[in-house]
Design a protein around this ligand. Structure first.
Ligand code: GLY
Length: 431
């Protein structure tokens, strides 16, 4: 006899089975949907960012018509502030134009990129400071990827060889590093730097590695390796944070470990830490020397695990600004804002460096995930310019040099450059 209870039980079982089936199908559908969604918005993000980039750089091309004046940031009145061909940032505009061309494939971007690259020709003779690698490799180095004309290619390569020769004029084998700046005084004027080398200088080495490959002459790469090994020895603290400036005696002895653009000598200037992550990752790519990979990973771990890294992963301009135990040598209070500014340029270049690091490191996913969060933040309203604003620059909220009271919380051309590069790296890894 079928009792009411057994009927209920059977119905319950049936319902359970149906429920399980329904649940399983719902789960399957949601897994499919979420894996689609997981990919789709990211593709959308890259597309959206390049749409903004096209609009912004279209505007910048309209306002920047003098090929001896290279867009760098904005003036207080919103006009575009430029540099001449002998500074350090003049190659980034051409580089950004090449990246837009890489993404869009539109010939007008190639034409603009070529024009702004070729405007840098004389900078191959830049020997007054170390930045010739930044200038020439971000511009001519990117041009080589897209130029097909053999006459132009030969010309560009010749220019890069001369640029590498210029870089080598600043290398003293007794010291084993490329001198960044000529002798100058530190902030407290107590020290006169004789042979200052800054962490940023790691970024000049990629061009040297390229020119060794191009010419078959190892001397350029040998200088790059020597520079990177000595930087590894003297710029890192035991926790793999970085000094900005290390000053050397003529025999290569370390004289001073200080800062120029950071908050204090013992603090970690955010962009400097980014240069270290990016630079050592690149040197690992070029040499496969495990020591460089380890340095890059430890510098990256310092950055991504720092308790003072904000939730959106875009750092304050210095990790230790206004913290106890850090004392600036410049008059910080004279220049103090009601907030501690972020540095989107540190954020974008670190995102780019971490993306490359993620392709080499055992724990690559960790670096990829962090970079992805950085890119999402930079693609949000806080940092990404509303099209038609920001004087044509793509990102807002960077800091050039707070101690110098210069370029505080403004757009910077190199923030844009590394942002576009990071988006392209992100797209390639996703593919
Ligand atoms: N290379 C100079 C800077 O990062 O400000």
């Amino acid at each position: 006899m079928i009792t009411y209870k057994t009927t209920r039980m059977k119905l319950n079982n049936l319902n359970k089975k149906r429920r399980n089936l329904l649940l399983a199908s719902a789960l399957a559908v949601s897994v499919c949907a979420s894996s689609f969604l997981w990919f789709s918005p990211k593709t959308e993000l890259i597309k959206k960012d390049f749409t903004v980039a096209e609009k912004q750089y279209g505007d910048l091309l309209k306002t920047s018509t003098d090929l001896t004046q290279f867009p760098r940031t904005t003036n207080k009145d919103g006009s575009v502030k430029t540099t001449d061909v002998w500074d350090w940032t003049q190659g980034f505009f051409a580089g950004g134009l090449w990246y837009i061309y890489e993404y869009t494939g539109k010939p007008e971007w190639k034409a603009a990129a070529t024009k702004w690259t070729e405007a840098l020709e004389q900078a191959q003779f830049l020997t007054q400071h170390h930045d010739v690698g930044f200038v020439m490799y971000c511009s001519y180095g990117n041009a080589l990827k897209f130029e097909k004309d053999p006459v132009k290619l030969e010309k560009y390569n010749k220019i890069l060889i001369q640029s590498a020769e210029s870089a080598l004029t600043r290398f003293d084998p007794k010291v084993g590093l490329i001198k960044s700046w000529n002798a100058k005084a530190s902030w407290d004027k107590k020290t006169m730097w004789k042979y200052p080398v800054i962490i940023d200088n790691m970024m000049n080495l990629e061009m040297l590695c390229y020119v060794s490959k191009l010419t078959g002459n190892p001397k350029y790469k040998e200088v790059a390796v020597s520079h990177a090994l000595n930087t590894m020895k003297n710029h890192f603290r035991p926790d793999f944070s970085t000094y900005h400036v290390v000053d050397y005696a003529p025999d290569g002895k370390v004289l001073h470990q200080q800062t120029n653009q950071g908050y204090a000598d013992n603090s970690t200037w955010a962009r400097g830490q980014g240069w270290a992550i990016y630079g050592f990752t690149m040197m690992y790519r070029e040499t496969k020397d495990q020591r460089f990979l380890e340095a890059a990973e430890k510098a990256a771990d310092f950055y991504i695990n720092h308790p003072n890294l904000p939730k959106d992963k875009i750092p304050y301009w210095d990790f230790n600004a206004e913290q106890k135990g850090y004392r600036p040598d410049f008059d910080y209070n004279a220049n103090k804002l009601s907030y501690i500014p972020r540095d989107a340029s540190a954020g974008s270049l670190t995102a780019s460096g971490l993306l490359e690091l993620s392709t080499f490191a055992k724990d690559g996913k960790k670096y990829f995930t962090q970079a992805e969060m950085m890119l999402k933040s930079l693609s949000g309203d806080k940092y990404l310019a509303k099209p038609g604003t920001n004087s044509g620059f793509i990102l807002k909220h960077s800091v050039g040099s707070l101690p110098h009271k210069s370029e505080i919380d403004v757009p910077l051309i190199y923030a844009d450059y590394y942002f576009l590069e990071a988006l392209l790296r992100y797209q390639k890894i996703k593919k």
